[in-house]
Ligand binder design. Structure first.
Ligand SMILES: [Zn+2]
Length: 82
């Protein structure tokens, strides 16, 4: 997956959600936009690992999913109309 995807993680200092790219959280030093505290990549490593594993799993599930299966069992485009 592209690292430019935006994700939301809670700031370890103030608990506010930070909506930034994966690369932003991976940089060695960053500043929380909510509380202006300095953050390091170490503070996000564990949660990013979990997140990337979850993303990998969901992509694999989507690939393995039979094409004729959808939310209503009729056609794949119906989900967009709900
Ligand atoms: Zn913060």
């Amino acid at each position: 997956m592209p690292d430019e995807s935006k994700i939301a993680l809670n700031c370890p200092c103030c608990g506010e959600p930070i909506y930034e790219t994966l690369n932003w959280f991976k940089q060695s030093a960053s500043i929380c936009p909510a509380c202006d505290k300095g953050l390091t990549a170490d503070q996000f490593t564990a949660v990013i690992d979990d997140l990337e594993q979850a993303i990998d799993t969901s992509i694999e599930e989507r690939i393995c999913e039979p094409p004729h299966t959808s939310c209503c069992g009729k056609n794949s485009s119906c989900c967009k109309n709900h």
